[in-house]
Structures are given as C-alpha cells and as structure tokens.
Design a protein around this ligand. Structure first.
Ligand SMILES: Cc1cc2nc3c(=O)[nH]c(=O)nc-3n(C[C@H](O)[C@H](O)[C@H](O)COP(=O)(O)OP(=O)(O)OC[C@H]3O[C@@H](n4cnc5c(N)ncnc54)[C@H](O)[C@@H]3O)c2cc1C
Length: 459
C-alpha cells in the first residue's frame, strides 16, 4: 500500500497513532541503528494489550505488512517496515517484582535497564544483555546472553510465562501447562509466533558485583586470547568475561594518551565479593602482562549493565554479523588479529559473549535456541557516527566475518543477524529445531502475518 494512492485508513487506540502527517512522525520512526531508514505508513503506539489486539486486527484486515517494535535495537531494523504498520510497544513499560517468589513481570516496552532498576532494590536480577538500552522483548525472544548467563542461563532459560496476541487477534498465555509448544517456540524463535504483551521471568540474587573493563595494547592480543580460551572453561560460573578487540574512544573518561589505540578488552562480572572475584580472575590476569587500563571494582549490578550505554547512543551507523564459536584455535586467533588490525573506526568491534556453564545444562531440544554446545556467541560490528563511513564499516565487518567464519561450526545468534542473510542462515541458527519451529508457526501464524523478523516460514 502506498500513501500517495490510498488514503490512510483510520485506527483508533488508547495510545497515539502516528501517521506520516503527524508532527512526531520523523522522531517516532527513528530506529537505534541510523543506517536503517524506514518509512512506515503508521505507527501504533500501543498503551496496553487491548491496543495490541486492535492493531493486529487492523493490520491483518487492511493487508498491511506488520512490524513489531520493542526497544528498537535490532541491527537490521526489524522493529519497523516501509509502507506498513509498526506496532510500537515502547510505551508499555510496567514492571512488577515479586520478591517472595523471585519473579518479575515485564511489559514489552521495557529496556533491560528498566528491569534492572526495578529488581535491584530487592537484590535481584534477570540475565539480560550488556547494554541497558536494549529492549527486553527482542532480546528475550532471540535468546539473550550476558554477564549472568554462565551462572543462570540465557534470558529465555529464565522465561516462565508469556501473554501473546496471535495473528487472529486472540490472546493466549503460554507457560508449562498452557500452550507449552508456544512457550518453547518463544524461547529463541523471535517474533514469529505472535506479539508478547507480558513476560514473566525468574530473577536471581544479584546485588553488588565485582567487575569492569581491563584493557591491554592489542600487541598482546594473541597471548590474551589463547590464555582466555584455556582459562574460561575452568573459571567459576559466577565469573563471566566478555572479550573484545576494538579501539580506545577519543573522549573522556579514557586517558588521552590512549585515544585511538587498538586494544584487547576483557570486561568481567563476578557475582560475589571482591576478594573472591579477584581470586577467580587471578589465573587469567596472572598469566598476562600488566594491563594498560584496569577499571575493575565493586559496583551495583545496574552500573555495570549501563557502563557502555554512553559509548553506543541511539543514532550511530551499525552493520553487524555473528557466529556461534565452539573453539578458538591459534589459526582462528590469527585470523581475528589480522582483521582487527584493519578496524576502520574507533567504535567498531569484535566481541565474544560466553554461552557455556548453565547455558549448556539445558538440552538442545528443550528450547528453540539449540546452540547448547557452542562456547561463545561472536559479533563483529562496524560502527561509526558518520553516515559517510557507513560503507567502510560495513565492508570491514563483512570481510572480518568472512575471514573467521570458516573456523566456526555454522549458525549464529539471530539477534546478531542482518536482514539479508537468507533463509539458510536462519535454518542454521536453529539446527534440528527448525522443523518443529516451522510446524508451530503453521499452528499459530499460518499466513505468516508476523514476517518482519528472522522469518520462520509456516510448515
Ligand atoms: C548496543 C547493543 C548491544 C546488544 N547487546 C546484546 C547482548 O549483550 N546480548 C544479547 O543477547 N543481545 C544483544 N544485542 C542484540 C539485541 O538482543 C537485539 O538487537 C534485539 O533484537 C533487540 O531487541 P529490541 O526489542 O530492542 O528490538 P526491536 O528492534 O524492537 O525488535 C527486534 C525484533 O523482535 C521482535 N519483537 C520485539 N518486540 C516483540 C514482542 N513484544 N513480541 C513479538 N516480537 C517482538 C520484532 O519483530 C523484531 O523482529 C545488542 C544490541 C545492541 C544494539
């Protein structure tokens, strides 16, 4: 449908409906990744589940392509769609903690920072990702890995229940007894099955943590990555160390002498007292040269979760691609180092997120996410504030991924995919679970109404 030829049909909701004539349209359609510039026909900013039902019925009946937006952080901008209807959940921000049961009920417009804020006073946290502005909805439905995953599993491993608006406008609850097949599919299968209007998570005791960034000159990166590879499987699960190759940003609070230098960065999080955290890290740090920067210390968990928010504000140019990684051979490390030496901008990066420990204790067929034997989820991201550098950061990230991909088992995290990776990559992400996902898709969304996502076609 096209607004030039067809008048915008009327949709009435409790929340605002923002069409192309609305003064807030250009602001409302902006996504986190400024490389993606989509012009939806209208944005339905839902206030509640009733609005979501009305919006789904409206979009389906008017044959509009429908995109669902939680936090809007998705790399390829799957939270929006050209000439279609965006069902924008960003205003649905309710969070209710049950400290006795250690559970938290979360509406789909929440960022992980919103939830950390609500759970921290109770000494609780749910495992989410490592940047607090990321939407809980998209992150959870893709899987969700972060600092607490080695101890408490992926975000989906802590998802107890979800309320979902289906393609026919009906409203269902999915838990272990009601629609358990739907709950299984939501645990990694993305936004394919319906629109989640409420999540119920298991939370865990997490208050003050020991951790933060430690950086070395990239000249030492070979030794660091080799040591890290051998150290991590033996480290206590209370400790997570995300490792990365990047540059020092040229701004405060980084020491001016280090601006622009290539570094190997280890960001750790130990859920426990400082002395134990330092002891857990000692075998790693003790085998390495002294770092150029060590900002580790005790801090509230939400402080660590939001530590990198300022470096990656909304509106940068992003192109990223990921892979699951099960081993870091010396040859793979050399391939990483050769590519990292060509980084075209200060913010571009390679990260390895640990997905071992508790993540491995869930069976491959127990959730839609099947990568239960991979050790890391890797992302390579070309990032820069300037649209003029969009092409160079994209070229670099593609070349980097191409160079290291042969060392990986195949398949990657759907939340680290761009839009053009093709059906084979989506299938590879789910492995043997894909056929079951396609069958569940056929049951809950037979016409593929929800297809602006890493799409699973109905069987
Ligand atoms: C800076 C940054 C850091 C990140 N760090 C991590 C990390 O540490 N760990 C990690 O696991 N991931 C991480 N990610 C990836 C992140 O998980 C994905 O980008 C995710 O898609 C973001 O979710 P969102 O709700 O913000 O996205 P949106 O763009 O709003 O939505 C993404 C997708 O989810 C679907 N969707 C959203 N809400 C719903 C809903 N309520 N019901 C049904 N479908 C829905 C949409 O259809 C869309 O396809 C990071 C991303 C960024 C940009």
């Amino acid at each position: 449908m096209n607004q030039q030829t067809i008048a915008t049909p009327a949709l009435s909701l409790h929340g605002p409906v923002i069409d192309r004539a609305h003064p807030e349209y250009d602001e409302a359609r902006k996504l986190y990744n400024a490389m993606i510039d989509k012009r939806p026909m209208m944005i339905a900013r839902c206030a509640d589940a009733a609005d979501v039902i009305a919006a789904v019925n409206f979009g389906r009946d008017h044959k509009l392509p429908i995109a669902v937006r939680g936090g809007g952080h998705n790399g390829p901008g799957l939270g929006s769609v050209d000439d279609g209807l965006v069902i924008d959940l960003s205003a649905m921000k309710g969070v209710r903690v049950d400290p006795g049961a250690r559970t938290v009920r979360v509406e789909p417009g929440c960022t992980s920072g919103d939830v950390d804020h609500a759970t921290h006073p109770f000494g609780l946290a749910v495992p989410f990702g490592i940047v607090s502005t990321t939407g809980v909805a998209g992150l959870t439905l893709g899987g969700g890995s972060g600092y607490l995953s080695r101890k408490f599993g992926l975000t989906i491993d802590n998802l107890i229940e979800a309320d979902v608006v289906l393609a026919d406008g009906s409203f269902v609850t999915a838990n272990q007894t009601k629609n358990p097949d739907l709950l299984w599919a939501l645990k990694g299968g993305g936004g394919n099955f319906g629109i989640v209007t409420s999540f119920l998570f298991q939370a865990h005791p997490v208050g003050m943590v020991f951790g933060g960034p430690i950086a070395w000159d990239q000249a030492h990166a070979r030794t660091i990555l080799q040591t890290y590879r051998d150290f991590l499987p033996k480290a206590p699960e209370e400790l997570c160390v995300v490792i990365g190759l990047k540059k020092v940003p040229s701004n405060s609070p980084f020491p001016e002498g280090a601006w622009g230098h290539r570094i190997c960065l280890a960001v750790s999080c130990f859920n426990g007292p400082e002395a134990e955290g330092r002891k857990a890290l000692a075998p790693f740090l003790g085998a390495l040269p002294p770092p150029a920067l060590d900002w580790t210390g005790m801090m509230p968990y939400p402080a660590l979760q939001s530590m990198f928010d300022g470096l990656y504000p909304k509106g940068l140019q992003w192109w990223w691609k990921g892979d699951f990684v099960d081993a870091l051979s010396d040859a793979a490390i050399d391939a990483h180092l050769a590519q990292a030496a060509e980084t075209p901008s200060e913010l571009s990066l390679m990260h390895l997120y640990p997905i071992d420990g508790a993540v491995h204790r869930v069976g491959k067929a127990d959730t839609a996410w099947s990568a239960r034997d991979a050790r890391w989820s890797m992302v390579i991201a070309g990032i820069d504030p300037s649209p003029d550098k969009a092409e160079s950061v994209t070229r670099w990230a593609k070349a980097y991924w191409t160079a290291v991909h042969p060392f990986n088992p195949g398949g990657g995290y759907t939340n680290f995919m761009m839009a053009d990776e093709g059906e084979a990559r989506v299938k590879a992400a789910y492995g043997e679970n894909y056929a079951r996902l396609a069958a569940i898709k056929a049951k809950y969304d037979p016409t593929n109404l929800f297809r602006v996502n890493q799409n699973i076609r109905p069987a």
